[in-house]
Every structure is written in structure tokens, then in C-alpha cells.
Write a protein that binds this ligand. Structure first.
Ligand SMILES: *Cc1c(COP(=O)(O)O)cnc(C)c1O
Length: 361
């Protein structure tokens, strides 16, 4: 193994800022004079409680989470929320609206069907999930308990560029792969959730933002661990929270602050993505199937005309230090996941590599 770090374009778990890894490394055996690692601490200790509280405060400040919303640090991944969302929210009318724009919203849609009447409010399956439906295409049920969508489709490389208007129906959003990459008007949402391993922290932490008045109405058979109200009352510590991941999230938020917060990050990440799309659009070999206006700033998908050439590209890119560019098996081709922690320089160098490959083949 060489000692050099690669430009890691993995879709998740993904790159973390180097500065965060180095700081965690420097504190790994003895966190700030406590004589122990954060991994070894009681979650009820004063030292850990401070890490927890500080991380909560930083998260709330950076994402401007308003009063009336609780930020929960849970486990189970985003996928557990596919069940928790209907269990907690569908009791109001027994109905919910789902927009299916990719793999994960489809999984959430299928899971929700166990618990109520689910209306397919929109689907992009007709064009293999290469676009995001427009507001005018949403078939909204005014009696829905909530409207569910996935902000960024990690596998297909599409991203909602607008917040759906659903009137009084609360919005529920899976932001696993673009949270903290742009400002969010949290007050427009009922529930926002995100697995941490794309843009926030190591796998094992799920951040759930809940409008407090929506909690406490879960279906009677809701597993205790999935009830929002209990986790609100216990401040995410009914049981042991993912302590290490919460600590790393705190370090990532410090780093994000130095980038200008989510407002600063929005400009940086959009610049990175635009650079890549420009190179792909002006190449002779590569195309991006996603419609302009629906393209993701986080996961850039592209392909050549043949699978052989795609494989050659991936192999040569890997050898050159650009790893994990192979597309998801559902889509094929390539996918460059360029979350917050991917340095601009990594994208610039990938663009140069694409241009050189384009010329040579
Ligand atoms: C990765 C991903 C998931 C699945 O997350 P887990 O934490 O593995 O359950 C769900 N939704 C989106 C948008 C994702 O990118």
C-alpha cells in the first residue's frame, strides 16, 4: 500500500475532510486530557455530554434549525427512517403522498405501503429516473398525512432544485446525500432525515429533524426505538447513541464553518459540479443522461458509448489515483460523488483526466 491518499469518489461511505481525520487521530487515545478515547467514554459522562451538546448547537446554527424543531442523533441509517416516518406520521389520516425519483425513494415508498394508503404523487421511472418532476406534475392528495421525497438521488444523479409546495401537508425529506451542501428552509418541513456517511460523519449516525408537534402520534404498534416522541423526551439518549460519529460530526461542522457554512459550501459545491458537467458536455466520448435542471451537484453520472470503454476509463482512473468512479449497478457507466469533503483540486484533476482520456480514445 502506498501512503498517499487518493481522490475518493465513493458514493458512501465517502471522504471526510483530511483536517477532521487528523484532529480525530491526534485525540484518539486521550480526548482533551480526559485520559480516554471518545470511543471509550460513557455516553452519560460530562465530557461526552458536552461533545453532544456542542455538536447539536453547531448543527442547529449552521442549518438554521428554528424553534419548534428537535434534532435527533439516532442509529439505524436512513433506511430505518423509511419505516419510522410512516409509523410516526401516517396515523393522522392513514394516507401519504410519495414522489419516487430513484432507488431510495422507491424503497421508502414500498415500506410505507405496509402502514397505510400510499399515493404515488410523482414518478420519474418513465425516463429511467433521469429527471425530477416539476411542481405541476405532482398529483397531490390534500388529505395526505405527509408528502415524502428524496432531495438528492445518489444513484441516478438527480437533485430537486425546488422545494415542493404541498399547502398544509407536511414535507418529509430524505437528505442523506445532500444535507449540509446548501441552505435549507427547515420551517417548510415536517421531518428531515439523513444517514451521516455521505456528507456528515462515519456510518452509524442518522440525523433526524422533527417538527415537535408531529411527534407523539405514532401508530400503537410502533417499536419503541422508532418513536420520535420517546427520542425527543430522552434527548436521543434512551439508549446509547452513536457517540463516536457524533464527535466526528462536531469536527466536520467546525470544518464546514471554516468553509463559510452551508452558504459558503453551496457556492463551492456548485462550482465543482459545474466544472465536471462542462467537461462531460463538451467531450466527444462522454454523455450525462440527466436532464439539465435536474442534475445533482453531489453525484455526477456519465458514460461513454460502450461498456468496454467505461471499464477502461474506470481502470485507468483508478491507477491514476481517482477511485470508486464505477457507476451503481442499476445505472452502469460512471459516477463521481463529489460531496462537501472532496477538495476542488480533486475535481479539477479529474476534469483534466477526463479531457486527456477523451483525446486519447
Ligand atoms: C445512502 C442513502 C440511503 C441509505 O442509507 P443507509 O444509511 O445505508 O440506510 C438512503 N437515502 C439516500 C438518499 C442515500 O443516499
Amino acid at each position: 500500500m502506498s501512503n498517499a491518499r487518493v481522490y475518493n469518489f465513493s458514493a458512501g461511505p465517502s471522504m471526510l475532510p483530511l483536517q477532521v481525520l487528523e484532529r480525530a487521530g491526534s485525540e484518539i487515545t486521550n480526548y482533551q486530557g480526559s485520559g480516554m478515547s471518545v470511543m471509550e467514554m460513557s455516553h452519560r459522562s460530562k465530557v461526552f455530554q458536552k461533545i453532544f451538546d456542542d455538536t447539536q448547537a453547531k448543527f442547529r446554527r449552521l442549518l438554521k434549525v428554528p424553534e419548534g424543531y428537535k434534532v435527533l442523533f439516532l442509529q439505524g441509517g436512513a433506511s430505518t427512517q423509511f419505516s419510522a416516518v410512516p409509523l410516526n406520521l401516517i396515523g393522522k389520516t392513514g394516507k401519504a403522498d410519495y414522489a419516487v425519483t430513484g432507488n431510495f425513494s422507491n424503497l421508502a415508498y414500498k415500506e410505507a405501503k405496509k402502514y397505510g394508503t400510499i399515493n404515488l404523487a410523482a414518478s420519474s421511472e418513465d425516463k429511467n429516473h433521469t429527471y425530477i418532476p416539476a411542481q405541476s406534475q405532482l398529483k397531490l392528495d390534500p388529505e395526505a398525512s405527509y408528502f415524502y421525497y428524496c432531495a438528492n438521488n445518489t444513484i441516478y444523479g438527480t437533485e430537486w432544485q425546488y422545494v415542493p409546495d404541498t399547502g398544509d401537508v407536511p414535507l418529509v425529506c430524505d437528505m442523506s446525500s445532500d444535507i449540509l451542501s446548501r441552505p435549507v428552509d427547515v420551517s417548510k418541513y415536517g421531518v428531515i432525515f439523513a444517514g451521516a456517511q455521505k456528507n456528515m460523519a462515519p456510518a452509524g449516525l442518522t440525523v433526524v429533524i422533527v417538527r415537535e408537534d408531529l411527534a407523539g402520534h405514532e401508530l400503537p404498534y410502533t417499536p419503541k426505538m422508532l418513536g420520535y416522541q420517546l427520542m425527543i423526551e430522552k434527548d436521543s439518549m434512551y439508549n446509547t447513541p452513536p457517540c463516536w460519529c457524533i464527535y466526528i460530526l462536531g469536527l466536520v461542522l467546525d470544518w464546514l464553518d471554516e468553509q463559510g457554512g452551508v452558504e459558503g459550501m453551496e457556492a463551492i459545491k456548485h462550482g465543482k459540479a459545474q466544472m465536471l458537467y462542462d467537461v462531460i458536455d463538451s467531450s466527444k466520448l462522454f454523455t450525462c443522461a440527466v436532464e439539465p435542471g435536474s442534475r445533482s451537484d453531489m453525484n455526477v453520472t456519465f458514460r461513454s458509448a460502450s461498456e468496454e470503454l467505461d471499464a477502461k476509463f474506470v481502470a485507468e482512473a483508478t491507477a491514476a489515483g481517482f477511485t470508486n468512479l464505477k457507476g451503481h449497478r442499476n445505472v452502469g457507466g460512471m459516477r463521481a460523488s463529489i460531496y462537501n469533503a472532496m477538495p476542488v483540486e480533486g475535481v479539477e484533476k479529474l476534469c483534466d483526466f477526463i479531457k486527456a482520456f477523451d483525446k486519447a480514445n
